[in-house]
Structure formats: C-alpha cells, structure tokens
Design a protein around this ligand. Structure first.
Ligand code: 3HC
Length: 315
C-alpha cells in the first residue's frame, strides 16, 4: 500500500479513537514521538526517586518513613513499567539508559530542585504528583495502547502519592508557627517549577502539533495546567497557605483561577542543564549505572550458562 494511503488509514483509526498496538503499522514520527515521551517519562520516574530518597532516613516518624518508602518504591516500578512500554516500540533498555546518563534524553525539570525540608516531601506529593495525575489521566486516554494502559495503573498509585503529600502539608500548615512557616516556604519554592513541569505554553510547544494530531496527548499543555491550577488553589486555601503569585485571581465568568506569568526563562535554563540540582541528579544516575554493572554482568553470565546447558541437553 502506498505510504500516503497507509498514513490516511492510520489517521482515520486515530480519529475514530481506536487504540494502536505495538505490532500495527505506524508512521515513523508517531513511533519517534512515543519513544521520546515514554522514555523521558520513565527517566523522570527514576530520577524523581532521588530528591525524595534523600528524606527516607530523616522522616519524622516511622509511619512517615514507611509511607515515603512505599512511594519511592512505587516510582521505581513506574519507571520500569514505562521502560517496558517504550521497548514495545523497538528501542532497548540499554539505549534508553545510555541516552539518560549521557544527557541526550531529558527527564522532568521538576526534579532538578533540592528537597531542603521535610515540607518539601509534602510539596512533591501534593504538587508534583498532583500535576502528574492531571497529566497522566489525560495520557490514559491516548492512542497508543501500551502507554495508555500503563497510565491507568500508574494513576492509581499516584493518587496515594498525592494524598500523602497533601496530608503532610496540611498537618504542617495547621501545626506550630514554625511548621506553618516551613509549609509556606516549601509552597513558595515548588509552586513555580510545578507550573513549568507540564510543559511549555501551547504557542511554544514544539511537539504538541504532532502529539495531539495523533492523540498521543489528547489535551494541550495549557489545558492540563489550568485543570491542575483549578484543583490545587482551593487545596492551598483549605490548608491556610498562600499561593506565591500576586496576580492570582478567580475569574467568576470562566470559573477558572488565573495566574501571573510563568518563568519560562528559568524553565529553559533548567532543561538545558543549568538547574540547581541537574549535575547532582545526573552524577547519581551515572554512579548507579557504573556501580550496578557487576550485577548486570553476573545476571547475563548466568543467563548465558542456562542457555548453554539447555542447548547441550537438547543436542
Ligand atoms: N521537563 C523536561 N523537559 C520538558 C518538560 C519538562 N517539564 N516539558 C517539556 N520538556 C521538553 C520536551 O521534552 C521537549 O524536548 P524534546 O523535544 O527534546 O523532548 C521540549 O521541552 C518541548 O516541549 P513540548 O511541550 O513540545 O513537549 P511535550 O509535548 O512532550 O510536553 C510534557 C511536555 C507535558 C512533559 C509531555 O512530554 C508529557 O506529558 N510527557 C509524559 C509525562 C511525563 O513525562 N511526566 C513527567 C513528570 S514526573 C512524573 O510523572 C513522576 C511522578 O511520579 C511525579
């Protein structure tokens, strides 16, 4: 079949809301966009464990330690799940890891900020996982079967992440004056980067034309961001905290919260590698890759030995 005809037939499937499965024909750029997004999503899950892992040994109670441990373990599982989803498109795990540790691939900008206090662990669960849930429930309606199905399972666990984060922030905000100050300071530092994490504005997004034409993303970055803002501002108010944006106002007509300008200069600096923790995060992943080499080599040697034994028995 001519390429043009194949592309037309593919677009008709997408427009009808059909799911595309791994073995089906797909335009090369559809595959490329998915590999780009899913692998970077997986990288984000793995790198996202670092700022939170920093507080597992310092959690203020055994309960908080157990909950944080469970969350960080969930994120590892999300990363492995998403690397497997990316592998269905023909890229292998080693290649994706190499792209991450050489800086060729991105991971979410939000994880290039430090976790300075325990309140930051609350802010990450409340804001970062909160933004991720809004984005991922949208991606769960996407056209690529393996990715959209992975989102369903991941969102269930993100809801727990988000609730535990908001519980931390709410308790601190209603605790001693020092605890309330810690919660407000954390909101002040994490609000801006959580606005940026959902991607550039629709006008500046260079991938959205393709990713939305093929329903990899079924809604735009700005639409998802607005939904996150509308959901989150009332939660801050309920906790007695102030959103650090003097231009924040509620529009009675549209029933949406309107925010001031997002600092896109900061965003592009961070995704170019100049954020507060980019170097630290990359070094941690590079060191982990080097330190884990012996495990991979031992597992490969064991698998080879089993294959040889089976082949010998069959001969
Ligand atoms: N961090 C790093 N890079 C980003 C970014 C961010 N927050 N937002 C956009 N970019 C990059 C894009 O990757 C793209 O660069 P590339 O072409 O080299 O890949 C460039 O900026 C232009 O951005 P676009 O808006 O055109 O890119 P997208 O259409 O891909 O939109 C996105 C960005 C909304 C992040 C989208 O890629 C997406 O939804 N990805 C899947 C979800 C995901 O990756 N989430 C990570 C959040 S962390 C997380 O979920 C962990 C959880 O446990 C909290």
């Amino acid at each position: 079949m001519e390429l043009a005809e194949r592309e037309k037939e593919f677009q008709e499937k997408i427009d009808k809301g059909q799911k595309i499965e791994a073995k089906e024909w797909m335009p090369e750029n559809y595959r490329k966009q998915l590999i780009r997004m899913i692998s970077q999503h997986a990288h984000s899950e793995i790198v996202g464990m670092l700022p939170e892992g920093n507080w597992i040994t310092r959690a203020p109670s055994l309960r908080r330690k157990a909950v944080l441990l469970a969350k960080v373990q969930d994120e590892a599982g999300h990363g492995l799940y998403l690397y497997s989803a990316a592998e269905t498109l023909g890229i292998d795990r080693e290649k994706m890891i190499e792209q991450l540790i050489t800086g060729k691939a991105k991971y979410s900008s939000i994880f290039n900020y430090p976790t300075l206090t325990w309140a930051d662990i609350g802010a990450i669960g409340w804001l970062v996982d909160g933004a991720a849930i809004v984005n991922q429930t949208m991606l769960a309606r996407g056209s690529y079967g393996p990715y959209s199905r992975a989102m369903v399972r991941i969102c269930k666990e993100e809801s727990f992440h988000n609730r535990q984060g908001y519980e931390i922030i709410y308790e601190l905000a209603n605790g001693t004056p020092e605890q309330k100050k810690m919660a407000q300071d954390s909101l002040n530092r994490w609000w801006g980067p959580s606005m940026q994490m959902l991607g550039p504005s629709d006008a500046d997004s260079k991938n959205s034309a393709e990713t939305m034409k093929w329903k990899i993303k079924v809604e735009s970055n700005d639409t998802v961001r607005q939904r996150f803002i509308d959901r989150t501002v009332p939660q801050a108010i309920a906790a007695g905290l102030t959103i650090p944006d003097p231009d924040l106002k509620f529009n009675e007509e549209t029933q949406h919260w309107e925010i001031g300008d997002i600092d896109w200069e900061e965003f592009y600096q961070v995704i170019k590698g100049y954020g507060p923790c980019n170097h630290k995060r990359m070094k941690a992943r590079q060191d982990a890759e080097a330190e884990g080499a012996w495990v991979r080599e031992a597992a490969a040697a064991h698998a080879e030995k089993k294959r040889n034994k089976k082949a010998h028995q069959a001969a």
